[in-house]
Write a protein that binds this ligand. Sequence first.
Ligand code: UD1
Ligand code: BG6
Length: 371
Amino acid sequence: NKGKYEHYMQKEIHEQPESLTTTMRGRLIRGGSCKAKSVLLGGLKDHLRTIRRSRRIVFIGCGTSYNAALAARPILEELSGIPVTMEIASDLVDRQGPIYREDTTVFVSQSGETADTLQALEYALENGALCVGITNTVGSAIARHTHCGVHINAGCEIGVASTKAYTSQIVVMAILALAIGDDTISSQGRREAIIDNLFDLPNKVKEVLKLDEEMKDLAKLLIAEQSLLVFGRGYNYATALEGALKVKEVSLMHSEGILAGEMKHGPLALVDETLPIVVIATRDACFSKQQSVIQQLHARKGRLIVMCSKGDAASVSVGGSCRVVEVPVVEDCLQPVINIVPLQLLAYHLTVLRGYNVDQPRNLAKSVTTQ
Ligand code: UD1
Ligand code: BG6
């Protein structure tokens, strides 16, 4: 049931304030006069000690689920102090990469049925690793075969392009980071700030959804383009990959997410007055580096669309003219949840304006259960 919406993808983008609320329900503890704010993941509480003792955490997934894990990686490393590595499920299986008994492997999958992810899970089980699932589907193969896990509870997702599951996956993995780091006194202030921001996150997503018309106008400008680049780094490297994935899979426009730190090692050669480039430059520890990327792109007369924090429009426009999209500010590790929303809206409007099927893009399936 699409309700008042024309398409499922549109409905699922706009229901993110509600899906995020459901994802967090019962999992954030407000604390009290003498009790600290904390988190609770029922499915993991008996396994946290084992996870804390593991030598390495390995995130494994495909497509959007992989990107969600990439977005959560920095906060997991920061709060757990455990090295976190990333694996695309098919690549891990192709390489038969090393997985050890001392590893915690985390399988991220909206459907819980993706063939490559399931095969990687079987491989990790054979190698004796602790296997944790993060899935949206109760009773799915991944939920059943993992030792423990977390249901993201985002509600059924119908659009082939994943939107609300992505933001709920990031939030669950941020809560996972908080749970693993729960016994560390030195990061308590940081953890409480993140928990406060999680409580307010659905409101912030409501606020960023107001950019709908603005993103439709931007889509009108880009409708006939051949290609769109998306530059991000740090917490928002994942936003660049996921924004580009959304644009290519539904609007059928070539799009590439690029780690801004790699700009000079190839992508800069593409920059001219015509190729549109989205640069994500919201406030975090990488902001000044992104400002310098913007200036270098300006110097090559790049056609820029800059996503920045509210109030930063003037400081990102120094050195050349560009279109600016201002988004609300949240704690750095949660900013990817906010920043993906305008790009989801852009991909949606581009697709509708270009006349393609937004809920079922050609050649793609919601759940890839064969190899
Ligand atoms: C559970 C209930 C929820 C209830 C809540 C009340 C279920 C599915 N969930 O939620 O309805 O409101 O208690 O306290 O009945 N699991 C895996 N692999 C996965 C995902 C989950 O093994 O990929 C396991 C978990 O380890 C856990 C169980 O499935 O044992 C349920 O997980 P989850 O729904 O996340 O647990 P709660 O949030 O506690
Ligand atoms: C398919 C979907 O390719 O599988 C994507 O079209 C999805 O949207 C990917 O990200 C992985 O799916 P899952 O269910 O394992 O998260």
